[in-house]
Unconditional design. Sequence first.
Length: 403
Amino acid sequence: MASSLFDKEHQFFFPTYKRLTLDIERGEGCYLYSRDGKKYLDLFGGLAVNSLGYNHPRVNDAIVNQLKKYIHLSNFFVQEPQVTLAEKLVAATGYPKLFFTNSGTEAIEGAIKLARKWGKKHGKKDLFGLSNSFHGRTMGALSLTERAKYRDGYEPFLPHTGHIGFNDREDLQHTVNEHTLGVVLEFIQGEGGVNVVSKEFAVELNALREKFGFLIIGDEIQCGLGRTGKFFGFEHFGVRPDIVVIAKPLGGGLPLGAFLGNERVAEAFSYGVHGTTFGGNPVACAAGAVVLDEIINKGLMKNAGEVGAYLKSQLERLRGEMPEMIADVRGYGCMVGVELTRDSQPIVDELQRRGILANSTNVNVIRLLPPLLITQEHCDIFTTELRSILTKFAQQPVQAAAK
């Protein structure tokens, strides 16, 4: 990348992003191509946004066809792309009501407001997230996010919010009661390191909802829409949330999110109590209709489950070969975390030098969020290079970073 571009980035932007030193010219399928002609296998796909990969012809056609009609009307108008996408989401999920937003964090905010409206009528106020969670950058989302990395300096947070230990059944039992409004959770934590809710914790959460009548709010922003081989991540755990939050891949790369509600909360909102200027943009919704069709009807969700299982099995085999380097492999489908015994960033940096893009999160986890059209050949390319890199690093002293 030209140094002048770096200079301008530092000149004009608040220093909030640690950018990759790549100047990407275009993308195709699972690959990105830099301006200097190098090809990269992208295994974190826009942080779970690019489920259909890059330059998908049906998504491109849907965007172009809609922008020729209108790009924006405002939500004073009923818009065909919104209704089409809403109909597909209701049919796919069984949730009767939804609201379109611009992003995942805005969808979390909307879910909080929906829960608060419902709770006002039922005398419930206390809302809890789980430890090691990440729900977004806005103040409501940060109130439910537990990690100090994202919270420090932004206090005070929303009243009547708190946190429960991840997979800590005893803490869950001692925390929730008749005053609890809801528990918000990622059934598969993304930013936290691809941590999976235990079946025992999920069963206990379900039982306590029955006992105390609170809401379960599922954050499916990263693990939803077919990524795990099922439409929603929570389907692996036998729990059906009352409110579900989705975003990332929904708009085919354009900003789009939503929250969906079941019959318990379907009447909580009324005219004028919530709204958005850009949420449900018609161009994004037109792309979203294609995304859902490809995921559900064209086999991508099935492929995510099958190829993801193959990837995980290959990584488990590598873990067996190198237990001194790999502590754990976890996740479902095309959402896999490889926990290392050391800082994962140097390994991710070396992967990049070899033409593979992955993501380091929670200090020592390699997070893989590839497009759902990934193949076994792509998986083999990655595991071969990872084996080579870990063999090289195994000969060096451990420099584990503090969490």
